[in-house]
Design a binder for this molecule. Sequence first.
Ligand code: SF4
Ligand code: SF4
Length: 56
Amino acid sequence: MAYKILDTCISCGACAADCPVSCISQGDTIYVVDAAACIDCGTCASVCPVGAPVQE
Ligand code: SF4
Ligand code: SF4
Protein backbone atom coordinates (compact mmCIF):
# COMPACT_ATOMS: atom_id res chain seq x y z
CA MET A 1 0.00 0.00 0.00
CA ALA A 2 1.17 3.49 -0.80
CA TYR A 3 1.92 6.18 1.72
CA LYS A 4 -0.27 9.22 2.13
CA ILE A 5 0.47 12.52 3.87
CA LEU A 6 -1.81 13.70 6.67
CA ASP A 7 -2.88 17.33 7.04
CA THR A 8 -0.43 17.73 9.91
CA CYS A 9 2.19 18.30 7.19
CA ILE A 10 4.04 21.60 7.68
CA SER A 11 5.26 21.68 4.05
CA CYS A 12 8.96 21.54 4.91
CA GLY A 13 9.79 19.60 1.75
CA ALA A 14 12.11 17.06 3.37
CA CYS A 15 10.15 14.06 2.14
CA ALA A 16 10.00 15.29 -1.45
CA ALA A 17 13.76 15.82 -1.46
CA ASP A 18 14.45 12.28 -0.24
CA CYS A 19 11.78 10.20 -2.01
CA PRO A 20 13.73 7.78 -4.26
CA VAL A 21 11.12 7.86 -7.00
CA SER A 22 10.24 11.57 -6.71
CA CYS A 23 6.55 10.88 -6.25
CA ILE A 24 5.95 13.59 -3.60
CA SER A 25 5.07 17.10 -4.67
CA GLN A 26 3.78 20.30 -3.13
CA GLY A 27 0.00 20.50 -3.24
CA ASP A 28 -2.32 23.42 -2.57
CA THR A 29 -1.93 23.25 1.20
CA ILE A 30 0.28 20.27 2.03
CA TYR A 31 2.63 17.89 0.22
CA VAL A 32 0.99 15.00 -1.59
CA VAL A 33 2.03 11.50 -2.69
CA ASP A 34 1.36 10.09 -6.15
CA ALA A 35 0.09 6.75 -4.86
CA ALA A 36 0.50 5.04 -8.22
CA ALA A 37 4.24 5.75 -8.20
CA CYS A 38 5.00 5.19 -4.51
CA ILE A 39 7.15 2.09 -3.91
CA ASP A 40 6.31 1.95 -0.20
CA CYS A 41 9.88 2.47 0.98
CA GLY A 42 9.00 4.45 4.09
CA THR A 43 11.69 7.09 3.60
CA CYS A 44 9.18 9.95 3.80
CA ALA A 45 7.96 8.75 7.18
CA SER A 46 11.55 8.47 8.40
CA VAL A 47 12.56 12.01 7.47
CA CYS A 48 9.33 13.85 8.34
CA PRO A 49 9.67 15.99 11.52
CA VAL A 50 5.96 15.72 12.33
CA GLY A 51 5.12 12.13 11.33
CA ALA A 52 2.69 13.17 8.61
CA PRO A 53 3.36 10.38 6.06
CA VAL A 54 1.49 7.20 6.96
CA GLN A 55 0.92 3.91 5.22
CA GLU A 56 -2.58 3.67 3.76
FE1 SF4 B 1 8.31 8.15 -1.76
FE2 SF4 B 1 9.00 6.02 -0.35
FE3 SF4 B 1 7.38 7.84 0.73
FE4 SF4 B 1 6.49 6.28 -1.24
S1 SF4 B 1 7.11 5.60 0.83
S2 SF4 B 1 6.18 8.49 -1.06
S3 SF4 B 1 8.34 6.01 -2.50
S4 SF4 B 1 9.55 8.16 0.13
FE1 SF4 C 1 5.15 17.56 5.11
FE2 SF4 C 1 6.56 15.85 6.59
FE3 SF4 C 1 6.96 16.00 3.95
FE4 SF4 C 1 7.77 17.98 5.54
S1 SF4 C 1 8.58 15.88 5.52
S2 SF4 C 1 6.68 18.21 3.56
S3 SF4 C 1 6.13 18.01 7.08
S4 SF4 C 1 5.07 15.32 4.99
